[in-house]
Ligand binder design. Structure first.
Ligand SMILES: Cc1cc2nc3c(=O)[nH]c(=O)nc-3n(C[C@H](O)[C@H](O)[C@H](O)COP(=O)(O)O)c2cc1C
Length: 303
């Protein structure tokens, strides 16, 4: 019997496959497809203090091997998530939940973190620091080590659960940001978020996305994500959740060999709602073919 279970800061996952934020809603839509209790965990849609309608449309552009989105953190806000979305989820979901939160100021982040981390079914808070800081000229919190560390420390001070910081790949030196966030008290890291990208409609000669730019995800970014997980593993001691373009059991194994303790699956679910289930189903045989009995033995094996 091959062991698939892993732990993230004392939170046990029955397998390392986590549905990524923004690609699994609050779980409800996927109940029609399969029992989502077979997941290792899932990360809910990025939740903010106030409801957000998101960016104007069009906000999705397809590209070879991936997609670009500028959804803009559409979500019903923390009150509705607490009162409606999470109780509905917990009525049928018993596996760990990562509460993914976002903000546009340090105060918004901390208020959201304090509230959501107090909820019983929330196992880990995942802090998405790819958002623009309205008090910092709109530059993303995750683009600057000092800014990333400051928001991490502020959230850590009020967080009642392990705090995982989700890093932006749109930086020159990801290891430097990872180290700053670790020193500020993060219990773990998730990486990567989407890569800044665009497409142009050659007939209209205008950007396809109403927002001009968006975030690239999907198989096209897998080698970039893998490289960043590999670099960050060498730089920090806290656990890493690897993501970016993962779409097969082989990708999960590669990501873990680079240094991830668990793996998230995002855009793959948007092309095939069964993606996470298929990956979980394929893992034992794929590991067996490689002579691996315990998935934990491969974490960081490529170093
Ligand atoms: C439509 C869409 C919405 C997303 N929304 C969020 C979000 O709310 N919070 C977040 O941290 N990441 C969000 N992401 C980023 C994903 O969680 C993931 O980091 C990224 O897409 C790379 O992984 P993938 O290639 O497997 O999709 C979103 C991605 C997509 C495609």
């Amino acid at each position: 019997m091959i062991n698939l279970s892993v732990t993230l800061s004392n939170v046990r996952l029955q397998n390392p496959v986590i549905a990524a934020s923004g690609c699994f809603g609050y779980g409800e839509e996927f109940r029609d497809f399969y029992d989502i209790n077979l997941l290792g965990a899932f990360s809910c849609k990025g939740t903010t203090l106030h409801p957000r309608f998101g960016n104007p449309t069009p906000r999705i552009a397809e590209t070879n091997g991936g997609m670009i989105n500028s959804v803009g953190l559409q979500n019903p806000g923390i009150e509705a998530v607490t009162a409606t979305e999470l109780p509905r989820l917990f009525a049928h979901y018993q596996q760990p939940l990562l509460a993914n939160i976002s903000g546009f100021s340090r105060e918004e982040y901390t208020a959201c973190c304090e509230q959501i981390s107090a909820i019983d079914g929330v196992s880990i808070v995942e802090l998405n620091i790819s958002c623009p800081n309205v008090h910092g000229g709109g530059m993303s919190f995750g683009a600057d080590a000092a800014c990333a560390a400051a928001v991490t420390a502020a959230c850590k001070a009020v967080c009642k659960k392990p705090l995982y910081v989700k890093l932006s790949p749109n930086v020159t030196n990801i290891a430097e940001i990872a180290k700053a966030v670790e020193a500020a008290g993060a219990d773990g890291l998730s990486l990567i978020n989407t890569l800044l990208a665009m497409r142009i409609n050659t007939k209209t000669r205008k950007p396809i996305l109403a927002n001009t730019f968006g975030g690239l995800s999907g198989p096209a970014i897998f080698p970039v994500a893998l490289r960043m997980v590999y670099q960050v593993y060498d730089a920090v001691k806290i656990p890493i959740i690897g993501l970016g373009g993962v779409s097969s059991a082989g990708d999960v194994i590669e990501m873990m060999m680079a240094g991830a303790s668990a793996v998230q699956v995002g855009a793959a679910t948007l092309t095939d709602p069964f993606a996470c289930k298929k990956i979980i189903d394929a893992l034992p045989e794929t590991l067996q073919t490689l002579g691996i009995e315990d998935i934990n033995e491969i974490i960081g094996a490529a170093h």
